[in-house]
Write a protein that binds this ligand. Sequence first.
Ligand code: ADP
Ligand code: MG
Length: 252
Amino acid sequence: MTFEIKGVSKTYTSKKHGEKIYALQDINLTIETGKFVCFVGPSGCGKTTLLRLMEGFENPDEGTITDNGVLVTEPSSERGFIFQDYSLFPWLNVLDNVTFGLDIAGKPEEENKERAYKYLEAVGLKDFANKYPHELSGGMKQRVAIIRSIINDSKSLLMDEPFSALDVQTKHKLEEQLVNNWRGNDRTIIFVTHDVEEAAFLSDEIVVFSRRPGRIKKVFENNLPRPRDRSTYEFQDFVNEITKHIDESEDD
Ligand code: ADP
Ligand code: MG
C-alpha cells in the first residue's frame, strides 16, 4: 500500500490571539497503491494541511504517516506535488518546461516530446511550445505547470485544487487527460478539490472532511463505471449523495 496515516493530529497557533487551532485531529486513513483519491470538504477543514503532511513539508504533532512503509519526514522525489501557485523555469521554453522531469529521468526524448504535445494540444497550447514563460498569460503558465506535473512519473502525485482557477472547458479536458494518463499505471493520486462533481469524475474514493477540528467524516467508494459521463442520472445521484455529507453551512 502507499500511504498509511495513523492517529494524525496537527495544531497551529493563531497569529492574532495566540490560541491553538486544531487543523486536524486523529486522522486515520489507508490509501492503496494505484488509487485515485479525492479529499473534499468545506474550506478550512484541513485538506491542504493533510496533503502537506503527506508530502513531508511539515510533520504531524501526533501520529505517523508512512509511504510504502517508510516514515514521511521530508519531501521526496517519489511524490510529486502541485501547489496552487505555479512556477516554471524562465530559461526553458514551454516544451522543455513540460518534459524537464522526464528528460532528467533519462526517458527517450522523442517519446517525451510526443507525450508533451498531446497534453499541450488538449489545453490549446500546441502552438506555444516554443514560447518562453514571459511570453505567456497567467492562465497559460498555469496550464503548462499542471501538464508538467502530470506527465512526470513520480510514484504518487499530490494535487491541491490544481484546476480550481481554470475555465470549465479546460478543466474538463485536463481532468480527462489526467485520468487517461493515470489509468493503467500504478500511480497513486491524492487530489484536493472543492468541487464534488470533479471528485465524482476523477476518483476511486472520496474522503469527506468535517471541520473544527478537521476530521474524516466519511469515505465513499466511487464505483461509477469508467469512462465516466457527467450527464447520467447515476453520476448526478452520486454527486448529490456526497454533497449531502458536506456541511457548507460551516464554510467561511
Ligand atoms: P483547507 O485546505 O481544507 O481549506 P487548511 O488545511 O488550509 O484547510 O487549514 C486548516 C485550518 O488550519 C484552518 O483553520 C487554517 O486557518 C489553519 N491553518 C493552516 N495553516 C496554518 C498556518 N500555517 N498557521 C496557522 N493556521 C493555519
Ligand atoms: Mg486548501
